[in-house]
Design a protein around this ligand. Structure first.
Ligand code: SF4
Length: 373
């Protein structure tokens, strides 16, 4: 028999994979990269350690559609965990059919996570994923309804486990004693959709755009984000790497309409103005509307607000930037404007989404673990 195991490299998924391997089942791990969480490196390391093949898949725009309109709503922040898990399991189902595996398994533990692992939520996710009786949760199988495999007898239910709840100690002990896992992965801080410091930016994006794209998501962690009005926001670089990131975002053919303001005669912050007033990516002769001109002036003043006056005042002609818009560019004189001081920054994330080294993913941010009854 062959099983696809949703595999983050966290303790739960390691145990689920090890338990199935012990039953003589061939395990293929599946790691999912979302626009807000990537633990594929940690997962690969752990997969190598326990000797399983790992397939990594990346979500595209379908993830953003789900995020903007989650059928089952959000968790404590902007984390649509039930829909997210469902989407992951649908990918797992596709992979199962693609490679001729017999069922899908996860390391989920009943009652462990409040947003997606209460028993009724697990049941809901099972149904929504389309997997039905082909979805096994080996660590909690004995407290959950029987799967097809258990009914047929191809999986011995008595060999499965009955963990439930949030404690971690017994789970770690089980990992050490039963499978000789020496380094127990730390519980993850999870995906940034759960983080208080990041969520306001996501809310701002969702509030102002009916269907945000992956590009919009990629712009979220960058620099300082300031909203001008319902139709425009500005991202001002905070560090040198933000300037590179803004360049990349502007160069993307999939970008939302935006213009880039880049310092020309001084060292300072660049700014990306995102608004539907901006020209198309391909526009070779863009038009400066009155509204766009006002936005550009404000964005330029914001770029100065976060730059060093000693540097931008050093030049006799005053600070000049290059305005990149459509397929063209032109010089842009910048002016200070005290009014921009009152434009609030929409939360400054503690950290951008990043690759994790050794932690749980494809999961929620709470501490992981369980007790066994
Ligand atoms: S916390 Fe996990 S399940 Fe919830 S949205 Fe983030 S990646 Fe998806």
């Amino acid at each position: 028999m062959k099983a696809i195991v949703l595999f983050s490299g966290g303790l739960d998924s390691i145990l689920a994979a090890c338990l199935l391997k012990k039953e003589g089942i061939e395990v293929v791990g599946l790691n999912m990269i979302t626009p807000f969480h990537d633990c594929s490196q940690a997962a690969q390391k752990r997969a190598d350690e326990i000797g399983i093949e790992l397939v990594v898949r990346t979500f595209g725009e379908e993830y953003m559609q789900m995020l903007a309109h989650p059928k089952w709503g959000y968790g404590s922040n902007v984390n649509p965990c039930i829909d997210c898990r469902t989407l992951m399991l649908r990918v797992a189902k596709e992979l199962m059919e693609e490679i001729g595996a017999d069922f899908v398994a996860t390391g989920e533990i009943a009652g462990q996570r409040p947003n997606s692992q209460k028993i009724h939520q697990l049941t809901l996710i099972t149904r929504e994923s389309g997997l039905g009786g082909k979805l096994l949760r080996p660590l909690s199988a004995r407290v959950l309804p029987k799967t097809e495999m258990e009914i047929e007898g191809t999986i011995d239910r008595e060999h499965m486990r009955a963990f439930s709840g949030r404690g971690r100690v017994k789970l770690a002990g089980y990992a050490r004693q039963e499978f000789g896992v020496k380094s127990i992965p730390q519980p993850s801080s999870g995906c940034v959709l759960c983080e208080n410091s990041f969520a306001p930016r996501v809310r701002d994006m969702l509030k102002h755009k009916e269907q945000p794209t992956l590009w919009d998501a990629q712009a979220l962690p960058c620099g300082r984000r300031l909203r001008l009005d319902e139709n425009a926001y500005v991202v001002v670089a905070r560090r040198a790497e933000d300037c590179d990131r803004l360049d990349e975002l502007f160069a993307s053919p999939k970008r939302s309409r935006c213009v880039l303001i880049f310092p020309k005669n001084y060292n300072g912050a660049s700014a990306l103005l995102v608004t539907d007033e901006a020209p198309d990516f391909d526009d070779e002769t863009p038009t400066m509307t009155e509204q766009l001109e006002r936005y550009v002036e404000t964005a330029g003043a914001l770029a100065l607000r976060f730059s060093n006056p000693a540097r931008y005042n050093a030049s006799p002609e005053g600070p000049v930037a290059t305005l990149f818009w459509g397929k063209t560019s032109r010089p842009l004189a910048l002016h200070e404007d005290p009014a921009v001081e009152s434009i609030p920054i929409i939360a400054e994330p503690n950290r951008p989404p990043k690759k994790e080294n050794a932690s749980e993913s494809n999961s929620e941010s709470e501490s992981e673990g369980a007790t066994e009854s």
